[in-house]
Design a protein around this ligand. Structure first.
Ligand code: HEC
Length: 170
């Protein structure tokens, strides 16, 4: 009987602990404090680094295409496919603390988010195949298709960037 009561107390304590941990996470999510303090969560830093590799690789592809270096472009396309395969893992945990433009919808519709990452992976791999086959005009179309995945995901799962200040006149 005693053991049973001890067991129940322990369960209650664990549940309360879990609740408390949950609250701390929500606290971060619910307040702009993290952003105000310029806080960078390490998980956010690493997923932003992954995202930042995409425009670099796209630039490498565009430049290699211009220079007719299709094999180099294929390497950059492969790099995008590899990074895309890593997107779901980088967003596995619900982290919205600090400086991030990720939206909570990611974790409400994680299966759809992951499917969008997979679509980028598939299209980047397809681009690499076309490039390896030496098909330059095919590659230009495949590049556009691949880039469509960026906006498709950002529109749903990323806060839009603040509007740019109007260019000075005159
Ligand atoms: C499956 C969804 C998804 C796809 C596909 C995707 N992104 Fe993102 N991207 C995000 C999210 C979410 C963020 C916000 C990350 C954060 O701030 O925590 C982001 C942020 C970024 C950032 C800003 C990184 C920073 O330093 O703040 C860049 C640049 C970017 N993405 C480029 C791209 C490009 C280019 C592609 C296509 C090749 C792409 N993304 C495809 C979801 C996606």
């Amino acid at each position: 009987m005693k053991n049973l009561r001890a067991g129940i107390t322990l369960t209650a304590l664990l549940a309360a602990g879990g609740l408390l941990a949950g609250c701390t996470q929500n606290f971060w999510e619910a307040t702009p404090l993290g952003e105000a303090l310029d806080y960078e969560h390490p998980r956010v830093t690493s997923r932003k680094a992954l995202m930042a590799s995409h425009p670099r690789n796209i630039r490498a592809i565009t430049e290699a295409l211009k220079a007719n270096k299709l094999a180099d472009a294929a390497k950059a396309a492969d790099a995008i496919a590899k990074a895309a395969a890593d997107i779901p893992r980088h967003f596995r945990r619900n982290t919205l603390a600090g400086k991030t433009t990720a939206l909570p919808a990611i974790w409400q519709k994680k299966a759809d988010f992951d499917a969008k990452a997979k679509s980028l992976r598939t299209d980047a791999a397809a681009l690499a195949v076309v490039l390896k086959a030496g098909d330059k005009s095919g590659a230009e179309g495949a590049l556009k298709t691949m880039q469509g995945n960026c906006g498709a995901c950002h529109r749903m799962y990323r806060k839009p960037p603040p509007p740019r200040p109007a260019a000075p006149r005159g």
